[in-house]
Design a protein around this ligand. Structure first.
Ligand code: GUN
Length: 284
């Protein structure tokens, strides 16, 4: 039977630490601010943005929301990013993805000042991650690593399989596991014998975006199963990429959805925003 890795509890530890450090900075007259930009009416994005604002409040950061209409042009969004780059009150800039189709996401990500890029999506920060010399880590993979750390799971020498190769999760996830000396395999839609590859994993990270994609035949007895998925069933209920109930007996550790990786992503965003403020003020 699996032990549950509780993302709510672990994220609360991270946020408590961020809050304590933010209070110390405040005592020195340093306020911390995060700008959150949302374009259009994607309901999931709206929920994420609201949660990010709430987290800012909980740790004592100022949050500045910019909710722009769906018709916003790329030039208008770039103008806002430039304004936020130049704004001293703003330590971190988060442009919620996905953006409407007429806007080139890469053009927007590239315009964010790397020192305010708390998502760690800018190519400069991605490069730093690749060589293992980074200030910001992408929030979701960093959240997964923090869960493993606080659970006492050392991935060194272990067989880790990541399903999914997105720039936001799969690729950086693989890199962070590699930095901790894991043997890493990335699976994706072209992978042959995907179930068999997954079934050899000591640590399996699912970032596919398909409900119940991971079934018990795909996991090794006692494996650590991390579910990055955030899907909605037809009845509106939130679920991950792992068939949780079916895999529960076989896994050694498992993360639930909700209450697993999701809250960690937001906690790591707070941590990155604190890091941005410390860097700006030359505080170690
Ligand atoms: N959309 C889904 N996840 C994320 C994230 O971590 N950051 C941003 N900016 N957009 C997202």
């Amino acid at each position: 039977m699996a032990k549950i890795i509780d993302g709510k509890e672990i994220s609360a530890n991270v946020k408590a630490q961020v809050k304590a450090e933010a209070e110390q900075l405040k005592a020195q007259g340093i306020e911390i601010g995060l700008a959150v930009v949302i374009v259009g009416n994607n309901p999931a994005s709206r929920v994420y943005v609201n949660n990010k604002k709430k987290a800012c409040e909980a740790v004592g950061f100022d949050s500045y929301e910019y909710a722009l209409p769906e018709e916003t042009t790329q030039a208008e969004l770039l103008e806002l990013v430039e304004k936020l780059n130049a704004d001293d009150k703003v330590n971190g800039i988060l442009v919620q993805l996905p953006l409407p189709k007429h806007i080139d996401e890469n053009a927007i990500i590239n315009a964010i000042l790397p020192s305010k890029d708390v998502d760690a999506f800018h190519p400069e920060n991605v490069g730093h991650i690749m060589i293992g010399d980074f200030s910001f880590l992408p929030c979701t993979p960093a959240g997964v690593m923090e869960m493993l750390k606080q659970t006492g799971i050392d991935v060194g020498g272990k067989n880790c399989v990541v399903i999914g190769r997105s720039n936001i999760v799969g690729k950086p996830m693989a890199m962070l596991l590699l930095h901790k000396n894991a043997t890493v395999t990335i699976c994706h839609s072209h992978t042959k014998n995907l179930a068999e590859v997954c079934s050899k994993a000591d640590v399996l990270v699912a970032a596919v975006g398909k409900a119940d994609f991971v079934t018990p035949d795909m996991i090794k007895e006692g494996a650590v199963v991390i579910d990055v998925g955030m899907n909605r069933r037809e009845n509106g209920k939130l679920c991950g990429d792992v068939d949780y109930d079916a895999c529960f007996e076989k896994a050694g550790y498992i993360t639930p959805v909700p209450g697993g990786v999701g809250p960690m992503t937001i906690a790591m965003l707070m941590k990155n925003t604190l890091t941005a403020a410390k860097l700006k003020n030359n505080i170690k």
